[in-house]
Design a protein around this ligand. Sequence first.
Ligand code: ZN
Length: 308
Amino acid sequence: MSPPSSLPRAVSICEVGPRDGLQDEAPVPTEGKIALVDALSATGISRIEVASFVHPKAVPAMADAEAVWAGIARNPQVRYSALVPNTRGAQRALDVGITEVNVVVSASETHNKANVRRTVAESLDDIAEIIERVHEARGRCRVTISTAWGCPYEGEVPESRVVDIARRVIADGADGVSLGDTTGMATPTRVWSLVRTLREQVGDISINVHFHDTRGTGLANVLAALQIGVTDFDASVGGLGGCPYAPGAAGNIATEELVAMLDDMGVATGVDLDALLRAATLAEELVGHRLPSRLLRIGPRTRRVPAP
Ligand code: ZN
């Protein structure tokens, strides 16, 4: 069946469970994290965010970032990245050879203070230096703009805030931006609007989207983004994780739910759903509780149950 508007034929998914997911959990043993990344590496996924190089006191669950990075078995088809909050974290990441660095700033001043304990202006100055260092190391640096569609503390975030930040970081050399819907405040019309505004006012930049299903609009927002040609998506295996500084923000979209939907729509992801479901089961074992993914419970739509 042909879609009402032409959709991209293929997308690139960045698996963020090992970072965005596990940072919210009680610390998982290093070997468990390595096993999860290795399981994900075998699914055909194109990108994995392995860890966050944050201060161990801020996020104890990520204190072993170096050990995880050193321990994973690298699949040459996968691009492995790390998230960094500041220059110190960036230097730690560069020191262990990471060349795909994702640095974060919030569009909302209050959320930025809570997340990285500095003003947005201070973060942006820091980011300019991080981009320079990453480029000196011949790496790529993407900037995640959190709370891009709204902030749990401040409410509405004007699009102009996101535009100003994107314009600044692109001028400073960023290789792309990622828009974070940190607490699931986006809806399809807001996705169309913000992406269009950025393209009109900042230019033809690489845009990745990071949706949360906190309010049930996660996959609807994915479809909206696809309809306007976005092809880079973050998702988290099992629906692991949220944001430690945004109350009630659990609910990254589940990678297997994203893949299952796109598979059936004929949008290629390169991901083997069965292998991904095995990785999701492993993730659930590692954290020791049920994960929010519904697909993990019910299985793909082709799975049959015995007739009554
Ligand atoms: Zn997230």
